[in-house]
Write a protein that binds this ligand. Sequence first.
Ligand SMILES: [Zn+2]
Length: 624
Amino acid sequence: MPRKFLRLTLALIIFIALAAPTLLAQSSRVISLTVDATQAPIKLVHSHIVMPVKPGPLTLYYPKWIPGEHGPNGPIASLSGLKFSANGKTTPWQRDLLDLFTFHVDVPEGADHLVIDFDYIEPTASGAYTAGASATAKLDVISWNQNVLYPTGTPADQLIYEAKLIVPDGWKFGTALPIANQSGNQATFKPVSLERLVDSPVISGEYYRAIDITPPGEPIHHEIDLAADSEAALAMPPELKAGMINLVAESGKLFGARHYRDYHFLLTLSDHVAHFGLEHHESNDSRLPERVMLEPTGAFSVGGLLSHEFVHSWNGKFRRPADLTTPDYEVPMKTDLLWVYEGLTDYFGPMLAARSGLWTQEQYHDVLASISAALGPGRPGRTWRPLLDTAVGQLRSGRGWLNWQRGSDYYDEGDLIWLEVATIINRESHGQKTIDDFAHLFHGGANNGPEIKTYTFEEVVSALNSIAPHDWAGYFREKLTSTSPDAPVGGIENGGWKVVYNERPAKVPGRRGGAGDAYSIGLQVGEDGSVMDSIVGGLAFKAGITSGMKVVAVNGRVYTRDLLNDAIKASKDSKNPIVLLVISDEYYKTCTIDYHDGERYPHLQRDDSKPDYLDDLIKPRASN
Ligand SMILES: [Zn+2]
């Protein structure tokens, strides 16, 4: 053996000798977690945990701040039947007096393992994210944060869990979590950190299908895992599948890199689960109505949600605001940079949906118009609450008053702001650079599998400056602190378009605050006449109508949506006001709205004095 190799071999022997006790110690510290979901159809999921411990006081947490949920929403109210035991005997426990998510036990002398059992009661109501309904008679989404307790003192990326999942007989499942072995309805996963476990949900169901959507020549595997409440709902139209393959290809072109080993779109199709999308490094947990893929607007709905959640793998998971990056699920997150985390994602998502053909050009335009109109001009909430505060103050108010309180505007407004950023990059670089160059720089780099690279406000500004020098800090500060009642439509205008209102209804479903008759009489009314929002200072508001009231008659006839639409349409040629009879706390009230401008729906209209850069940005980059 040559000398060089001898040295290498010796070094290897010494390394193994030194490392072995550490590895051994680590394996003995692995926490075993068995999640029995065989009773998910009757809304019970059982957890059995065997945790290595030392005698003495021990503090355990139930995850509270779930990444991507942006709030302390862990579904602690669903935890039930909690029991601890050690040395074969029940161990008493106490909940922390100040924190409902924290439990204290005293591990008895001689015990080196603590056994923990509890049930997770599947909620039937639509709560926020993983606190929402996740199980039906035919399917279940396992979000591991619902089913674990973890010990204090070790960061989540250093706690190792070996998870086993049991699903009902005959159910199949999909997940990005690496599988160690599988037989029948049971799977054991490879030991992973708690961070990776919580980041890797499992979708399972009786009606299940996995569809490969890896584009030709793409080395990394991509698939959609579907679980639905019926076999019929799994029929993905070929154009949607083609669009999803394009989406994967376009994401590669936009970012120039991937930061995952393989990727799973976990799509739940049910009318009995909460509807949302939650991002993960190597998957996303997206939930839509059962028959959404069969609808004519299926590609728009599915493509819109999945492209947003997919973008998060780069923007939100890989690149993450430093103050949103916490060592465990107990430490609170600071949400001031959500206008990058969610705002930039909300810009890139629709852009990729349009580039990949999931959205038509017209749908993309209508969404931008709808977002802009919902944000202004004349949105009263903007005059007191700057955009930055919508990110910092994560408030979930009750029904209505959204136009006055503002909601999660850092999503939609972020869309407009980042579109403007794209147009400024184009202008300042004299057409030499694009937003794609920024994405390559900021979100690119080597693929080391799932990892987190944090950033600050200053680092966003610095990355933009290295693409196209500009007063980016000043630009963002102005947008984030503005109390102007107008929407930031600079990106649409720089892109060669403007927002106009006409009588032609939009082709896309309304976005947050954008539906209904908000732009005519200043009212959003549901099918049953319930007032969802009334623009503060608008005509209906001035007539005395606010959120929570109910419209029961239009011009003397029993309310229907069509009747109200007819009245608004006819207002143009009528000298008479629109008279609405409303119920307010059991009292009838007649409200007179003096309106004569007919229907008004927001649209984008081409401004021929400028080049059409907006549409350049949504042209396909990948050659499929
Ligand atoms: Zn998001």
